[in-house]
Design a protein around this ligand. Structure first.
Ligand code: NAP
Ligand code: SF4
Length: 705
């Protein structure tokens, strides 16, 4: 609590108000008016000539599929999405990947640009961005063997481990036709008003598949030697440049680090980059890792700016600008990369979902007010991989700009918010931003479950969300009554027009005989370090928090190691693909996770991050036991039945991670006092409560009051 209060005190309200007027709600045309005389991030805001474009900052909004591309009427929503980011100060945007032909679609419903009749919807995007004074490029992406449909094609008929379909090997005529399709799409993009195209040559998609011997086993003009394997990429760039003329921006996303055992060597990466420059690209963007690789590249556990060293390594070998990417989320990180000369520009995609005003806030020296992307993937990539519309866990408005609108209220109300976990913070800050008078009570630490999450190794970014909300409360004059449990009397005396109950959850104590044994503790006690955890640990419950606790205990018991060696990333680039053997994880602790279900433990973890958690724990020797029945706990340990046998599992510590129950003790008393309350977040429904739902419920309520 003390820390939170210090954070609140750190930024004076007046200072924030003065600093922010220029950035907030300002159109792109006036985005420099509020510029400080001494910019906080001089390298970030050094102008850059990129092809024919003159940019005032070195930030690219990188490509990100949103799912709006396939929705009926989705392009108007997409125009609102990009328009808001352009007004937020970003001067160059790359769209999500659009296929140049039918076979190159990632899935059958995904977007393709091949005909003139499709130009109208693209003009919504180019107009929206140009109206804000910014620029936009179309990304051309051919999925190759990553396509999730039976019509996929690739250099060779080799199925990807992440696809059910074996691709058809392209004939020589098919390869030439594919090149023409890329060129055709680039020309159509030009006609739709785009300022350029990004040709997607990384992440293991078709172009990358031609470049690598891993997927290209041809023996014709397009395979065999490295020169012939890269010929497809080079021809696409050369023919596109020829077709679109010299002023149309041509970016190439190049796989600088395949992270595949038989991926490109460093010498090949350099050779390819030089050939791409020669062929007419204006700028090269950094691609890291193929999608099929089991090394995390953008998850929260990846250190910030973990891969910029690769871009820096390429810089001396080419003369066109290089863009770097992956896990760059805050201005100080971007500034340092640029100041150290590692790249000419930084690319961020998810941070612009989290905060459309990222650039304006950085320019106005208000980075404390940036809603930081915490790299959870929960609202964005996990949605996309489930064919759902992308949004953002910390910003539910992302992708819903035309639907979730935070309008200033004409009738300010007194709103009492009880509980400042994610749901309460979201409701309080949105309601206050709309002009309501908000009084917020928090009995414990502001931030709720996010404070616990931020203590888990690889989840430290969650603390940024708490910092962001603290700033929002301060900025919008929320009357925060910290360390204060709200009573019905106090609430009633405030004569509120609306009461929001966001009192969260309490850990469930499983109904097992002996659950009060001294060896048993809750996940809250284990994470906060309130109780010492022994060397032989049983975890009851293998859901999200069970995995978090196990990850914490694993990290605590490992000898000192760095992230690169843990995952086998060869930062010296001595091996092909930049990979080497991962460091064996030798645990000084025995950890067993238990669940009653018979299915895979952690089955409900995020689609794009669950494998990282499961792999980390497996590699550390954590044992998983599914299908147990808990009998009792005593000095001998935990008694269970498993596979029809009764067993005693010895343990020094038993940690309960058995879900939660809603904490809504105030509700009945409020109702008896005639005070209706809106109940949100975990207090509303504890089952499967996660931060995404909590923040969205808070935002929707805040927008509706
Ligand atoms: P959870 O994911 O629903 O897991 C609860 C676990 O408790 C399950 O393994 C369940 O398994 C067990 N359980 C439930 N009732 C029990 C009982 N009466 N006795 C014994 N065991 C019981 O909930 P959580 O771990 O508390 O996480 C809360 C929410 O946050 C979830 O939505 C979760 O997805 C999310 N979260 C996600 C992550 C992540 O993605 N990395 C991390 C943290 C939290 P059995 O019923 O099979 O025994
Ligand atoms: Fe970033 Fe998570 Fe939002 Fe995705 S959902 S943009 S990873 S904070």
């Amino acid at each position: 609590m003390k820390k939170n209060r210090q954070a609140l005190a750190h930024y004076s309200r007046d200072w924030l108000r003065n600093q922010s007027q220029s950035g907030r709600d300002s159109p792109a045309q006036s985005r420099y008016n509020g510029c400080m005389t001494e910019p906080a991030y001089p390298h970030l805001f050094t102008p850059l000539q990129l092809g024919g474009l003159q940019l005032g900052s070195r930030v690219l909004m990188g490509s990100m599929h949103t799912g709006l591309e396939e929705m009926r009427g989705g392009y108007k929503k997409l125009a609102a999405f990009y328009g808001e980011r352009a007004r937020g100060g970003v001067e160059l945007i790359v769209t999500g990947g659009i296929s140049p032909d039918f076979r190159g679609r990632l899935a059958l419903p995904t977007s393709q640009l091949s005909w003139r009749w499709q130009l109208g919807k693209h003009r919504y995007l180019t107009d929206a961005v140009h109206d804000a004074g910014s620029h936009i490029c179309l990304q051309i992406l051919h999925a190759g063997r990553y396509a999730m449909h039976p019509f996929s094609v690739a250099p060779s008929a080799i199925r990807a481990p992440i696809s059910r379909f074996t691709p058809k090997a392209l004939s020589d005529a098919g390869v030439r036709r594919s090149i023409r399709h890329f060129v055709n799409t680039a020309q159509l993009a030009q006609q739709a008003g785009y300022d350029g195209v990004e040709i997607m040559g990384s992440e293991g998609y078709l172009i990358n598949q031609f470049i690598s011997a891993h997927t290209n086993q041809r023996n014709d003009a397009w395979g065999g030697s490295f020169e012939r394997r890269m010929h497809f990429a080079v021809e696409i760039v050369r023919c596109t440049r020829e077709a679109v003329g010299k002023d149309f921006l041509l970016m190439f996303r190049l796989s600088m680090l395949d992270l595949l055992q038989d991926g490109c060597s460093w010498e090949e990466v350099v050779q390819l980059a030089q050939a791409i420059e020669q062929a007419g690209a204006d700028v090269i963007n950094t691609g890291i890792g193929w999608h099929e690789v089991r090394i995390p590249t953008i998850a929260a556990s990846v250190p910030r700016a973990a891969f910029t060293w690769v871009t820096a390594k390429l810089k001396p070998h080419v003369s066109i600008p290089l863009i770097t990417s992956n896990r760059i989320n805050m201005p100080d990180v971007a500034e340092q990369i640029l100041a150290e000369g590692e790249a000419d520009m930084v690319s961020m995609a998810r941070p612009f979902l989290a905060d459309a005003e990222w650039v304006n806030k950085a320019r106005a020296q208000q980075s404390e007010r940036i809603n930081t992307c915490i790299a959870c993937n929960q609202g964005c990539l996990d949605h996309v991989f489930q064919a759902k519309r992308a949004t953002c866990l910390v910003n539910p408005r992302a992708g819903y700009e035309t639907e979730l609108v935070y309008e200033k209220t004409a009738t300010p109300k007194t709103v009492v918010v009880v509980g400042l976990g994610p749901a309460g913070l979201s409701a309080a800050s949105i309601a206050a931003s709309r002009g309501h008078r908000v009084i917020a009570f928090e009995a414990g630490d502001i931030g709720g479950q996010f404070n616990l999450a931020s203590k888990i190794p690889g989840k430290q970014e969650f603390a940024e969300t708490v910092r962001y909300y603290l700033q929002q409360l301060k900025y919008y004059d929320v009357d925060v009554r910290a360390n204060t449990a709200a009573s019905v009397d106090v609430i009633v005396r405030l004569q509120p027009d609306a009461v929001v109950l966001a009192t969260g959850v309490t850990p469930r104590t499983p109904d097992i005989e002996g659950i009060d044994h001294p060896s048993v503790m809750s996940y809250v006690e284990a994470i906060n370090g309130d109780r010492a955890v022994g060397d032989n640990v049983l975890i009851i419950g293998a859901g999200g928090i069970g995995f978090d606790v196990a990850t914490l205990l694993v990290e605590q018991s490992l000898p000192q190691h760095d992230w690169y060696s843990q995952w086998g990333v060869d930062t010296q680039y001595r091996h092909r693909g930049g990979v080497t053997s991962p460091l064996p994880l030798q645990l000084s602790r025995r950890i067993t996770m238990l669940q009653r279900k018979t299915g895979k433990p952690g089955a409900h973890l995020g689609k794009t991050t669950g494998w990282i958690h499961r792999m980390t724990l497996r590699r550390a020797g954590v044992q998983f036991v599914s299908g147990v029945r808990y009998l009792k706990i005593d000095d001998a340990g935990l008694h269970v039945t498993h596979e029809s046998e009764t067993k005693v599992l010895a343990a020094d510590s038993i940690i309960t991670c058995a879900g939660q129950l809603s904490n809504r003790t105030l509700l009945d008393a409020l109702q008896q006092a005639g005070c209706e309350a809106h109940v949100i977040g975990g207090a509303n429904r504890a089952a499967e409560i996660d931060a995404e739902r909590a923040i969205r419920e808070g935002a929707e309520l805040g927008a509706s009051l």
